[in-house]
Design a protein around this ligand. Structure first.
Ligand code: PRP
Ligand code: URA
Length: 208
Protein backbone atom coordinates (compact mmCIF):
# COMPACT_ATOMS: atom_id res chain seq x y z
CA UNK A 1 0.00 0.00 0.00
CA UNK A 2 1.35 3.44 -0.87
CA UNK A 3 2.21 5.44 2.29
CA UNK A 4 0.02 8.45 2.94
CA UNK A 5 2.21 11.50 3.56
CA UNK A 6 0.47 14.49 5.12
CA UNK A 7 1.07 17.91 3.65
CA UNK A 8 -1.39 19.89 5.76
CA UNK A 9 0.08 23.32 6.60
CA UNK A 10 -0.69 23.00 10.33
CA UNK A 11 1.17 19.70 10.49
CA UNK A 12 4.13 21.01 8.48
CA UNK A 13 4.37 24.10 10.71
CA UNK A 14 4.41 22.01 13.88
CA UNK A 15 7.03 19.66 12.43
CA UNK A 16 9.34 22.60 11.80
CA UNK A 17 9.04 23.46 15.49
CA UNK A 18 9.74 19.83 16.43
CA UNK A 19 12.87 19.75 14.27
CA UNK A 20 14.34 22.86 15.92
CA UNK A 21 16.98 21.72 18.41
CA UNK A 22 16.13 24.68 20.66
CA UNK A 23 12.56 23.45 21.26
CA UNK A 24 12.45 22.26 24.89
CA UNK A 25 10.81 19.08 26.23
CA UNK A 26 7.54 20.67 27.37
CA UNK A 27 6.82 22.27 24.00
CA UNK A 28 8.16 19.22 22.14
CA UNK A 29 5.76 16.91 24.02
CA UNK A 30 2.82 19.20 23.34
CA UNK A 31 3.70 19.39 19.63
CA UNK A 32 3.99 15.59 19.30
CA UNK A 33 0.52 15.36 20.84
CA UNK A 34 -0.95 18.00 18.53
CA UNK A 35 0.55 16.50 15.35
CA UNK A 36 -0.74 13.06 16.39
CA UNK A 37 -4.22 14.43 16.96
CA UNK A 38 -4.27 16.03 13.50
CA UNK A 39 -2.95 12.85 11.86
CA UNK A 40 -5.54 10.74 13.68
CA UNK A 41 -8.27 12.85 12.13
CA UNK A 42 -7.10 11.67 8.69
CA UNK A 43 -6.17 8.09 9.67
CA UNK A 44 -9.72 7.46 10.89
CA UNK A 45 -11.35 8.87 7.75
CA UNK A 46 -12.54 5.39 6.68
CA UNK A 47 -14.37 4.53 9.93
CA UNK A 48 -17.85 3.35 9.00
CA UNK A 49 -20.90 5.36 10.04
CA UNK A 50 -24.46 4.35 10.82
CA UNK A 51 -27.61 6.42 10.75
CA UNK A 52 -29.40 7.28 14.03
CA UNK A 53 -32.29 9.55 14.93
CA UNK A 54 -31.91 12.25 17.58
CA UNK A 55 -34.28 14.91 18.78
CA UNK A 56 -32.91 18.44 18.45
CA UNK A 57 -34.64 21.33 20.30
CA UNK A 58 -36.47 21.95 17.01
CA UNK A 59 -37.28 18.59 15.38
CA UNK A 60 -36.26 14.96 14.90
CA UNK A 61 -33.05 14.60 12.85
CA UNK A 62 -31.61 11.66 10.98
CA UNK A 63 -27.87 11.87 11.64
CA UNK A 64 -24.74 9.72 11.76
CA UNK A 65 -22.51 8.19 14.43
CA UNK A 66 -19.47 5.89 14.21
CA UNK A 67 -20.76 2.35 13.68
CA UNK A 68 -19.12 0.72 16.67
CA UNK A 69 -15.99 -0.50 14.85
CA UNK A 70 -13.55 -1.46 17.56
CA UNK A 71 -10.29 0.46 17.54
CA UNK A 72 -7.05 -0.09 19.47
CA UNK A 73 -4.04 2.19 19.64
CA UNK A 74 -0.72 0.48 20.24
CA UNK A 75 2.21 2.79 21.04
CA UNK A 76 5.72 1.39 20.71
CA UNK A 77 7.54 2.23 23.95
CA UNK A 78 8.77 4.63 24.68
CA UNK A 79 8.41 7.43 22.15
CA UNK A 80 5.03 6.15 20.93
CA UNK A 81 3.59 7.09 24.33
CA UNK A 82 4.06 10.73 23.30
CA UNK A 83 1.45 10.26 20.55
CA UNK A 84 -1.15 8.55 22.70
CA UNK A 85 -2.87 11.48 24.40
CA UNK A 86 -3.42 13.23 21.07
CA UNK A 87 -5.09 10.25 19.39
CA UNK A 88 -7.15 9.38 22.48
CA UNK A 89 -8.50 12.92 22.52
CA UNK A 90 -10.01 12.08 19.09
CA UNK A 91 -11.19 8.52 19.94
CA UNK A 92 -11.56 8.33 23.73
CA UNK A 93 -13.29 4.92 23.68
CA UNK A 94 -10.38 3.14 21.97
CA UNK A 95 -8.51 0.43 23.86
CA UNK A 96 -4.74 0.73 24.28
CA UNK A 97 -2.05 -1.95 23.99
CA UNK A 98 1.67 -1.48 24.61
CA UNK A 99 4.67 -2.97 22.85
CA UNK A 100 8.14 -2.48 24.31
CA UNK A 101 11.07 -2.50 21.88
CA UNK A 102 14.41 -0.78 21.84
CA UNK A 103 17.11 -0.59 19.22
CA UNK A 104 20.24 -2.33 20.41
CA UNK A 105 22.89 0.39 20.18
CA UNK A 106 25.48 -1.93 18.63
CA UNK A 107 23.47 -4.16 16.30
CA UNK A 108 20.66 -1.59 15.77
CA UNK A 109 18.28 -4.58 15.79
CA UNK A 110 14.99 -4.25 17.72
CA UNK A 111 14.91 -6.08 21.07
CA UNK A 112 11.51 -7.11 22.53
CA UNK A 113 10.94 -6.40 26.23
CA UNK A 114 7.17 -5.92 26.73
CA UNK A 115 3.83 -6.76 25.12
CA UNK A 116 0.39 -6.22 26.62
CA UNK A 117 -2.52 -6.08 24.20
CA UNK A 118 -6.33 -6.00 24.53
CA UNK A 119 -7.57 -9.61 24.67
CA UNK A 120 -9.83 -9.06 21.64
CA UNK A 121 -7.06 -7.55 19.48
CA UNK A 122 -8.03 -9.93 16.64
CA UNK A 123 -11.41 -8.13 16.37
CA UNK A 124 -10.02 -4.60 16.43
CA UNK A 125 -8.66 -2.19 13.89
CA UNK A 126 -5.19 -1.45 15.25
CA UNK A 127 -3.25 1.79 14.81
CA UNK A 128 0.41 1.40 15.80
CA UNK A 129 2.06 4.61 17.02
CA UNK A 130 5.74 5.49 16.83
CA UNK A 131 6.99 8.96 15.92
CA UNK A 132 10.13 7.69 14.15
CA UNK A 133 10.48 5.17 11.32
CA UNK A 134 14.24 4.93 10.75
CA UNK A 135 15.54 1.51 9.58
CA UNK A 136 12.01 0.19 10.08
CA UNK A 137 13.25 -2.61 12.35
CA UNK A 138 11.09 -1.60 15.33
CA UNK A 139 7.90 -1.13 13.29
CA UNK A 140 8.38 -4.40 11.39
CA UNK A 141 8.92 -6.29 14.66
CA UNK A 142 5.98 -4.62 16.46
CA UNK A 143 3.60 -5.49 13.63
CA UNK A 144 4.96 -9.04 13.63
CA UNK A 145 4.08 -9.25 17.35
CA UNK A 146 0.58 -7.94 16.65
CA UNK A 147 0.04 -10.49 13.87
CA UNK A 148 1.29 -13.27 16.19
CA UNK A 149 -1.40 -12.10 18.65
CA UNK A 150 -4.08 -12.38 15.95
CA UNK A 151 -4.45 -8.80 14.68
CA UNK A 152 -5.29 -8.62 10.98
CA UNK A 153 -6.35 -5.02 10.38
CA UNK A 154 -3.32 -2.84 11.12
CA UNK A 155 -2.26 0.73 10.31
CA UNK A 156 1.05 2.38 11.22
CA UNK A 157 1.29 6.06 12.12
CA UNK A 158 4.62 7.88 12.45
CA UNK A 159 5.67 11.51 12.35
CA UNK A 160 9.02 11.31 10.50
CA UNK A 161 10.01 8.50 8.16
CA UNK A 162 13.24 7.69 6.35
CA UNK A 163 12.93 6.16 2.85
CA UNK A 164 14.80 3.08 4.15
CA UNK A 165 12.19 2.53 6.87
CA UNK A 166 9.25 3.03 4.54
CA UNK A 167 10.67 0.47 2.10
CA UNK A 168 11.44 -2.06 4.86
CA UNK A 169 7.95 -1.76 6.33
CA UNK A 170 6.19 -1.97 2.96
CA UNK A 171 8.28 -5.05 2.04
CA UNK A 172 7.64 -6.86 5.34
CA UNK A 173 3.97 -5.91 5.77
CA UNK A 174 2.46 -4.85 2.43
CA UNK A 175 -1.04 -5.06 3.95
CA UNK A 176 -0.37 -2.25 6.45
CA UNK A 177 -1.35 1.33 5.53
CA UNK A 178 1.39 3.75 6.62
CA UNK A 179 0.64 7.34 7.60
CA UNK A 180 3.51 9.76 8.06
CA UNK A 181 3.80 13.50 8.39
CA UNK A 182 7.18 13.94 6.70
CA UNK A 183 9.41 11.79 4.50
CA UNK A 184 13.03 12.76 5.14
CA UNK A 185 16.18 12.34 3.04
CA UNK A 186 18.10 9.39 4.48
CA UNK A 187 19.71 7.74 7.50
CA UNK A 188 23.16 8.68 8.77
CA UNK A 189 25.85 6.14 9.69
CA UNK A 190 24.33 5.80 13.20
CA UNK A 191 20.92 5.12 11.60
CA UNK A 192 19.42 8.42 12.73
CA UNK A 193 17.05 10.16 10.35
CA UNK A 194 18.54 13.12 8.41
CA UNK A 195 17.51 15.90 8.92
CA UNK A 196 15.04 14.28 11.38
CA UNK A 197 14.59 15.70 14.86
CA UNK A 198 17.16 13.78 16.91
CA UNK A 199 16.28 11.14 19.50
CA UNK A 200 12.54 11.48 19.87
CA UNK A 201 12.21 9.52 23.13
CA UNK A 202 14.92 11.61 24.77
CA UNK A 203 13.34 14.86 23.57
CA UNK A 204 9.82 13.87 24.75
CA UNK A 205 10.92 12.69 28.17
CA UNK A 206 13.85 15.06 28.73
CA UNK A 207 16.37 12.23 29.18
CA UNK A 208 19.97 12.26 27.88
C1 PRP B 1 13.27 4.89 18.46
C2 PRP B 1 11.91 5.21 17.86
C3 PRP B 1 11.54 3.93 17.18
C4 PRP B 1 12.88 3.42 16.71
C5 PRP B 1 13.00 3.69 15.24
O1 PRP B 1 13.13 4.17 19.62
O2 PRP B 1 10.97 5.63 18.80
O3 PRP B 1 10.91 3.00 18.02
O4 PRP B 1 13.88 4.13 17.42
O5 PRP B 1 14.15 3.13 14.73
P1 PRP B 1 14.14 1.91 13.71
O6 PRP B 1 13.13 2.25 12.67
O7 PRP B 1 15.54 1.89 13.19
O8 PRP B 1 13.80 0.67 14.46
P2 PRP B 1 14.39 3.71 20.52
O9 PRP B 1 14.83 2.34 20.13
O10 PRP B 1 15.43 4.78 20.50
O11 PRP B 1 13.76 3.52 21.95
P3 PRP B 1 13.08 4.59 22.94
O12 PRP B 1 11.77 5.00 22.32
O13 PRP B 1 12.89 3.79 24.17
O14 PRP B 1 14.03 5.76 23.11
N1 URA C 1 14.99 7.02 16.65
C1 URA C 1 14.89 8.33 16.91
O1 URA C 1 14.38 8.74 17.95
N2 URA C 1 15.40 9.19 15.99
C2 URA C 1 15.96 8.78 14.85
O2 URA C 1 16.39 9.63 14.04
C3 URA C 1 16.04 7.41 14.59
C4 URA C 1 15.53 6.54 15.51
Amino acid sequence: MTPMIFDHPLIQHKISLLRNKNTGSKEFRELVGEVSMLMCYEATRDLPLKEVEVETPIAMAKTKVIAGRKLAFVPILRAGIGMLEGVLSMVPAAKVGHIGLYRDHETLEPVRYYCKLPSDINEREVIVLDPMLATGGSAVEAIKMLKEAGATNIKFMCIIAAPEGLNALMDAHPDVQIYCAAKDDKLNEDKYIVPGLGDCGDRIFGTK
